[in-house]
Design a protein around this ligand. Structure first.
Ligand SMILES: Nc1ncnc2c1ncn2[C@@H]1O[C@H](COP(=O)(O)OP(=O)(O)O)[C@@H](O)[C@H]1O
Ligand SMILES: O=C(O)[C@@H](O)C(=O)COP(=O)(O)O
Length: 424
């Protein structure tokens, strides 16, 4: 049967976040890593194609997104969902605006919406301004993100800076009136030549009211929150049957390359719990990267028998800036990702790890690629936006691998310990 919803996610943690919300809203969802070379081999209502395109040059992000679109259309997708971060991670060069516009052109549509609202994780949009918890985006930890520092909370302005089409707003007074009012506002904006409209939403009730107004819209662009209101458009109701994974086995490890505020707290919490943790020094990786990977694996090997270990490059803003000024922003990011990915691969291939938590979107992308994972099955939610998943990897020598890809700013402080407890 053809799929109903075809999704393109700009990073890997974001893809599991979206798949998690779709599964909880009752859809059978499959997450693929990159664009598959073959047709889908299982029944699914939704497929989320995970790209690592958030921080690529815009032209490359567009090419990859269009390739994903073509594959999803070949699977019969009735509606396309472009998923980006709930903190609207992007730069003035993109990639949210350029990718959204390229998808609109390919789909032959002149209008779409844009909203990162995800109230379950404290992301709300009001009058076009994005709040992260109680503060505006530009006052949150996202101000100092290593790759996409967000210094303006006004999403109309942020999106306009990276789009050719006119950007408008569907504000809360409209959303509060329900789907018919949203539909009327969309018609009015279209008549004014608006191509992209930021939508306010401060609660799940807002997102559920928005859902019916998006029925039949060829392209929706959003964080994962909007997904809770879409399955009903296809006659699908919430269910909790989609989340049974095989029993867990093997050793447990956490690899963290996220420098987000929540991850910094989670690393501190894991260290305080007394479990073994080892920091990676990015400045050493440029010349002694292979040795650093080998040392970490030799350190972890014997410790894993007693419970989870943590390997991290997670650092505070000042330390990151010092590294970036020596190595360059993109170079530092790529260097750390490459070596953390080699460590993740080694932990699984050589140390018997079969339950792996990876923190950070870009970091997850690098680790999943190093593990040669091509598809993820979505399991139970650990915290909003973060499910356990199950995958096959050549590195597991025939076993399955339980994997969780934690978005930088998601999860409670004890996430790195409680996630394993939830699995047993
Ligand atoms: N100590 C560090 N210094 C500089 N860059 C780092 C450091 N640790 C991690 N990075 C890089 O910062 C980026 C973090 O992004 P990501 O993994 O997406 O985390 P998040 O999900 O928190 O955004 C990655 O490119 C990672 O390699
Ligand atoms: O929407 C979200 O916040 C997440 O799904 C997401 O995309 C997070 O990205 P990272 O913070 O880079 O993990």
């Amino acid at each position: 049967m053809p799929i109903r919803l075809g999704c393109i996610a700009d990073d890997f943690t974001g893809a599991t976040d979206l798949a998690n919300n779709l599964v909880r809203a009752g859809m059978r969802a499959v997450q693929t890593i990159g664009v598959p070379g073959t047709p889908l081999d299982t029944e699914a209502d939704a497929v989320v194609v995970a790209l690592k395109s958030r921080t690529l040059p815009a032209a490359e992000a567009i090419d990859q997104s269009l390739a994903a679109l073509a594959w999803l259309q070949a699977q019969g997708a009735e509606q396309i969902y472009f998923k980006y971060c709930s903190t609207f991670d992007s730069t003035a060069a993109g990639n949210i605006g350029p990718v959204a516009e390229a998808l609109m052109e390919a789909l032959g549509t002149d209008f779409t919406i844009a909203t990162p609202a995800f109230p379950d994780n404290g992301r709300t949009v009001f009058k076009g301004y994005l709040f992260v918890g109680d503060v505006l985006l530009n006052e949150s930890g996202m101000r100092d993100h290593p790759l996409t520092p967000m210094r303006d909370a006004n999403l109309v302005r942020v999106l306009q800076a990276q789009s050719r089409k006119k950007v408008g707003l569907i504000d809360h007074s409209v959303v509060a009136q329900g789907a018919d009012a949203v539909t009327a506002r969309i018609a009015a904006l279209r008549a004014q030549g608006v191509g992209l409209a930021v939508v306010d939403a401060v609660s799940n009730a807002d997102l559920l009211r928005l859902g019916p107004a998006l029925k039949g819209m060829p392209l929706v662009t959003a964080g994962s929150g909007v997904a809770i209101g879409l399955p009903a458009n296809f006659g699908i109701a919430p269910s909790n049957t989609a989340s049974v994974l095989p029993p867990p086995r093997g050793r447990q490890a956490v690899v963290s390359g996220s420098c987000s505020v929540a991850t910094n707290r989670q690393v501190a919490n894991f260290i305080a719990s007394g479990r073994p943790a080892r920091a990676i020094d990015p400045l050493r990786l440029a010349d002694h990267g292979d040795a650093a990977v080998a040392e970490v694996l030799a350190w972890a090997g014997p410790l894993l028998a007693d419970g989870p270990v943590l390997v991290y490059s997670t650092a505070e803003a000042g330390a990151i800036q010092a590294v970036q000024s020596r190595l360059g922003v993109a170079e530092a990011g790529a260097l750390v990702e490459h070596h953390l990915a080699a460590i993740a691969r080694g932990l699984v291939a050589d140390c018997g790890v079969r339950q792996l938590v990876v923190a950070g979107g870009e970091t997850s992308g690098a680790c999943v690629q190093a593990l040669e994972v091509t598809q993820l099955r979505i399991g139970p939610q650990i915290d909003p936006g973060v499910p356990w998943c199950h995958a096959q990897s050549p590195a597991t020598r025939g076993d399955g691998l339980h994997l969780t890809l934690k978005s930088g700013n998601f999860g409670t402080d004890d996430f790195f310990t409680k996630s394993f407890q939830l699995l047993t």
